[in-house]
Design a binder for this molecule. Structure first.
Ligand code: F6P
Ligand code: MG
Length: 436
């Protein structure tokens, strides 16, 4: 068997991993501490003194974590009693053993593990609270990002409303549906530009109309397998279950819901299963609270399209044409090739899908193991056997790994845009329907 490439890591000083651990992660933590302090000063009386004490402890815990990162301290075990604590500590023990009894360190170990660990440590500070255990330190930024994109959301949902009305009336149904499928796939793809972790917690909302941008963004899709996906979906004759492994809340989530709505309305799928995070994750990832908050907010607006879909989507959850899952596996540091052994039930659940759509950069990193692949390596190879069902990734590039490119394509793109791998302006739609 061929040797696998090395894991991305801050030990490579010219890498995005290095930049992230040195600069971006401390900035994210500083923002959290600021927010927690502000929250503490405006805390409602119902939380009492314990609430204020909790927030003080969270801020202290997170400042300490930032210090540990900046001074390259060894990773320490978790001390809360969340259901996944044991597994996190077992992983740490295993990594320590493999590393000649040295625990992982921020500037030399695998980036994927460390970055996940950072978010789990933030959660640890919340788990240790007396009364604030449900607190989400990213809640405010997520909600603000939604409000800042409200106009773009309005325009998109108004378009969806017209589309859904027209679908029935079209004469050349298949042709127009194919075009609309491409459109909604690309809307969901570019929705991934808007995450709050790449912008280090700064507002990164969609403020203009995404549909107007699609034509212009088309040349930035480095791999576009959407015709294969279209052909594949059509072999299922509408009876299929499509799973969407979500990424960010805010505008991106709305684009994913639009894609889901289109698939159902056009009769291309029978049910959509969404997978979100069981705890706050990578700043803007969708939790169960974010999901219901979004539907509630949509349904409560004065805008016709927004409120209509807000209500319709709440009904879809009731009638089970939409099903929500929040498995703990997604917030563990494992790459997806480990799912078969580490999360047997989730793997079986995903295997029931006819197609799985993985959204975003972190899911991509986990698909390909966050390894330093040659850009011309095939997508199938990089998955290393992970194949619960045919799958597609919709991902804007925000970390320095990508596979499936043509010979010379990477170099060509770099000439046009030096930071093409990390600025979110380039994207891939890669499909895989076979395992190797
Ligand atoms: O901070 C690192 C990172 O994993 C980047 O690769 C990416 O910017 C972000 O976090 C997550 O992006 P996404 O929300 O698309 O998964
Ligand atoms: Mg994300």
């Amino acid at each position: 068997q061929k040797k696998l490439p090395a894991s991305l890591s801050a030990k490579f000083q010219d890498s995005f991993a290095y930049l992230t651990i040195k600069d971006r992660m401390p900035v994210i933590l500083t923002k959290v501490v600021d927010f927690v302090h502000r929250k503490k000063n405006n805390l409602g009386p119902e939380f009492g003194e314990d609430g204020a004490e909790d927030l003080k402890n969270i801020a202290g815990h997170i400042s300490k974590l930032r210090y540990e990162i900046q001074t390259d301290k060894p990773v320490v075990p978790l001390e809360d009693d969340r259901s996944d604590t044991i597994i996190w500590n077992q992983i740490l023990e295993k990594l320590t053993n493999e590393n000649g009894n040295e625990p992982p360190k921020w500037f030399s170990s695998a980036w994927l593990y460390l970055e996940c660990y950072m978010y789990r440590r933030i959660q640890e500070s919340v788990e240790l609270c007396k009364v604030m255990q449900d607190f989400d330190v990213f809640e405010e930024s997520k909600n603000n990002a939604f409000y800042s994109s409200e106009l773009a959301i309005q325009t998109l949902l108004t378009n969806l409303l017209v589309t859904v009305d027209n679908i029935e009336k079209e004469s050349d149904k298949k042709l127009s549906e194919n075009l609309l499928f491409q459109q909604f796939l690309q809307v969901s793809l570019w929705g991934n530009k808007c995450d709050l972790s790449i912008s280090a917690g700064m507002d990164n909302a969609q403020t203009s109309c995404i549909l107007d941008q699609l034509q212009f963004l088309k040349d930035n899709i480095l791999i576009n397998d959407s015709s294969q996906i279209w052909n594949y979906i059509n072999t299922k004759k509408g009876g299929s279950r499509i799973d969407i492994v979500l990424d960010n809340a805010g505008f991106e989530l709305v684009t994913d819901l639009c894609l889901a709505e289109f698939l159902l309305s056009a009769g291309l799928a029978k049910s959509i299963h969404f997978h979100g995070k069981a705890m706050p994750w990578f700043v803007s990832d969708v939790t169960s609270t974010d999901f219901s908050w979004t539907l509630k907010n949509l349904s409560a607006t004065n805008n016709l399209a927004m409120s209509k879909f807000g209500r319709l989507w709440q009904d879809r959850i009731e009638d089970k044409s939409w099903v929500l899952h929040f498995d703990t596996f997604w917030t563990l540091p494992f790459d997806f090739a480990k799912m078969k052994s580490e999360a047997v039930e989730l793997y079986k659940e995903l295997a029931k899908a006819d197609l799985i759509i993985f959204k975003g950069d972190l899911n991509y990193r986990k698909l390909v193991g966050d390894l330093n692949w040659n850009t011309t390596e095939t997508f199938e190879t990089s998955l290393r056997g992970f194949h619960p069902a045919p799958l597609v990734t919709l991902r804007a590039l925000k970390s320095d790994v990508v596979v499936g490119l043509k010979e010379g394509q990477g170099e060509e793109t770099k000439e046009k845009d030096q930071s093409w791998m990390v600025n979110g302006n380039w994207a891939v739609i890669s499909f895989c329907d076979k395992t190797i």
